[in-house]
Design a protein around this ligand. Structure first.
Ligand SMILES: [Zn+2]
Length: 391
């Protein structure tokens, strides 16, 4: 394992060293031969060093734990670095474009020099070797970032090949080839810069990671006792995510159960390793909205589950309906079936004279509070009492 990390780091160092050499060789040859394309390719190599440096900075910053002044961690420092480097890269690309367009307008023709074509060819060979090396070490050490870097080196091969092609075209008298190749490379550089900038802006603007947010919403919504998920925010970089979950628990859920729910939510960290912190925010839905009262044929409070009807009072709207208790004569799972039926009507409180443990837990699981009123009061009096307690 550790040997793998060492090998991946070594590959990164070799790649950086190779790119430094390429930057110098192409830069010197490009200036000497007056070739905008070769200078652009040299700058491209330099930018590749900068972007791998950013990855390294990101890893270093992620290691730094939150402190008193920065309780949310330091990951935005990486984004600030990206903002600076990204801007520099975009400006570089625009400079190359400006130079190349000037070259076209002024019909400047770069000298055809063998050392320049040799420098570009050298870059093709080195980049191809780097690509193969990084991909093979990446596969061996299972480092996706190294594999991505290896694939990027393939792009570098193509860019340098274009420079070689440009020189060949110049040799045959196509004077515009150097400028055209330089413009193509500048577009490649612009793309790298914009990607880095976009990354930084997304993090700084707390752009939500929709995929992770959806995953968490689905996970929390399915938990027993959770009435609704009200807000899920995912902030941070792609490898340092901070998740905030606001949810409402059903009435009747105990504090111990809330604790269990929040612990479960926090354990998302173990399932999704990019998440470094989870902040659960709980709201209690104490307000009862619909109360069910069992009544007999004459409409009097009966207080048990064998009653033929339920009167359901909507406390918010002040409306009431009477429904038939389809399960008054059920022999098995009566509590469960009635709880489910009432839940379908949106009931979150039931008033009974007494209740067995089994039925009670079924009501609780459906988010229905059981209120015990063990005397012969009128239905209206009971509703008033529930309203009073709900205030
Ligand atoms: Zn590149």
């Amino acid at each position: 394992m550790d040997a793998d990390i060492d090998e991946a780091i070594k590959a990164g160092k070799i790649s950086t060293l190779a790119n430094i050499i390429l930057t110098v060789v192409k830069g010197v040859a490009g200036i000497a031969a007056n070739s905008t394309a070769l200078i652009a390719d040299s700058l491209h190599s330099m930018i590749d060093i900068l972007s791998s440096l950013l990855v390294w900075i990101g890893i270093k910053i992620a290691e730094k734990p939150p402190d008193k002044e920065h309780p949310y961690g330091h990951f935005k420092a990486e984004s600030l670095a990206e903002l600076g480097v990204g801007t520099a890269i975009v400006i570089t690309a625009l400079f190359i474009m400006y130079d190349a367009v000037n070259e076209l307008i002024l019909r400047k023709i770069p000298e055809f020099e063998y050392y320049a074509i040799a420098a570009a060819a050298f870059s093709v060979v080195v980049n191809e070797a780097l690509a193969r090396y990084k991909i093979s070490v990446g596969l061996k050490t299972k480092s996706s970032s190294l594999i991505a870097e290896g694939k990027h080196s393939r792009t570098d091969v193509i860019a340098s090949l274009a420079v070689v092609l440009g020189f060949i075209l110049i040799y045959f008298g196509y004077w515009w080839a150097d400028a055209v190749v330089a413009i193509a490379i500048s577009i490649l550089i612009l793309q790298i810069g914009c990607e880095i900038l976009k990354n930084a802006v997304d993090v700084l603007m707390d752009r939500v990671d929709a995929e992770t947010a959806l995953r968490i919403t689905n996970y929390v919504e399915r938990m027993r006792g959770v009435e609704s998920v009200d807000f899920v925010g995912v902030r941070g970089t792609w490898r340092n995510k901070i998740v905030e979950v606001h949810f409402t628990v059903s009435p009747g859920v105990s504090l111990e159960e809330v604790e269990e729910i929040t612990e479960k939510i926090e354990s998302i960290k173990k399932e999704i390793p990019d998440i470094i912190d989870v902040i659960p925010v709980v709201k209690f839905s104490k307000k009862i909205s619909k109360v069910a009262i069992p009544v007999n044929e004459t409409g009097e409070y009966s207080g048990d589950l064998n009653s033929p009807y339920f009167e359901i009072f909507d406390l918010k709207k002040g409306a009431k309906i009477r429904i038939v208790n389809e399960y008054s004569k059920a022999e098995r799972r009566k509590g469960y079936l009635i709880a489910k039926m009432l839940r379908n009507f949106g009931v979150d409180c039931i008033v009974l004279k007494k209740v067995g443990e089994g039925a009670k837990s079924h009501f609780k699981n459906m988010g229905i509070v059981v209120n015990i009123i063990d005397n012969n009061r009128s239905v209206e009096e009971i509703v008033e009492e529930v309203k009073e307690a709900n205030r």
